[in-house]
Design a protein around this ligand. Structure first.
Ligand code: PTJ
Length: 246
């Protein structure tokens, strides 16, 4: 389908087309399309822009990644489809490992998502050959690598479901979530929740790396003063305000 650039929802329509195409190609799961729809609804309510509280959470998340011994970015089908190059850039400048972890896991789909990340520039993608398990998850999402998720101390999980976010926390990890729904279990459980659309959040994170890399005291102060519950409350209040205004 050709989408006209004049269409008021051009960006949203282009992203939908991309996800639908990559669903046909076996990269994005069918429920990934539904998850994206839920995200879009929250984004609409948030004004489809990065809010100051999201920007703050993005800087705090980068501070945690730079302070980490073993930072890792967990990638699923939606994330691989939406912003693969940006994930690769972030992983290179932190530096952080990349591991693919899928909710709807088959060997074939794992290979597709890993190969896609490599085609988009990732030099090393973990996940194909799991040799460890994350406790507390019944499904195949528990499969992971010792070198990657199991050893990571800080894990960035864009678009994660609540069970896995909680299991990562129980395993003693700092969990950085990107989730447009400030009411989700993941958002509430995470150490830092970025309530922003992933294709805006990752570039914003990349932008803050340079400054935070050289400023240790700013990193530490961002981490020590951040209150995730209060930050989430601001996103909910923003939604309420917008609903009342219109
Ligand atoms: O590729 P797989 O098999 O690993 O499956 C991935 C999905 C996304 C299907 C899986 O992780 C899942 O079911 O996720 P949930 O539980 O639906 O959670 C996704 C969360 O991300 C929801 O709260 C959405 O609001 C939010 N979300 C969706 N799209 C975006 C988003 N947040 C930020 N940016 C988005 N583009």
């Amino acid at each position: 389908m050709v989408v006209s650039k004049d269409h008021p929802r051009y960006r949203s329509l282009v992203i939908r087309e991309l996800l639908a195409e990559l669903n046909k190609a076996g990269l994005v799961s069918t429920t990934g399309l539904i998850a994206h729809g839920r995200g879009e609804a929250f984004d609409y309510l948030l004004g489809e822009t990065t809010n100051p509280n999201a920007l703050e959470a993005e800087s705090v998340a980068v501070a945690y990644m730079l302070e980490a011994k073993n930072p890792l970015i967990s990638v699923n089908g939606n994330v691989a489809a939406l912003c693969p190059r940006e994930i690769v850039s972030l992983s290179e400048i932190i530096p952080a490992k990349i591991e693919v972890n899928l909710f709807h896991r088959t060997d074939e789909r794992m290979e597709r998502v890993c190969a896609h990340m490599e085609a988009m520039g990732a030099k090393r993608v973990l996940g194909r050959n799991p040799d460890a398990k994350l406790n507390g998850i019944a499904s195949d999402r528990s499969l992971c690598t010792r070198e990657g998720i199991l050893m990571a101390d800080v894990v960035l999980v864009p678009l994660e479901d609540g069970d896995r976010a909680e299991a990562l926390l129980h395993a003693g990890k700092i969990v950085l979530a990107i989730d447009l729904n400030p009411l989700s279990r993941t958002s509430k459980a995470a150490t830092v929740t970025i309530v922003d659309e992933v294709t805006r959040a990752i570039p914003n994170m990349i932008d803050s790396v340079d400054e935070l890399k050289t400023d240790l005291s700013k990193r530490r102060s961002l981490i020590s003063t951040f209150d995730n519950k209060a930050n989430l409350k601001k996103s909910v209040q923003m939604i309420c305000k917008r609903l009342q205004k219109d």
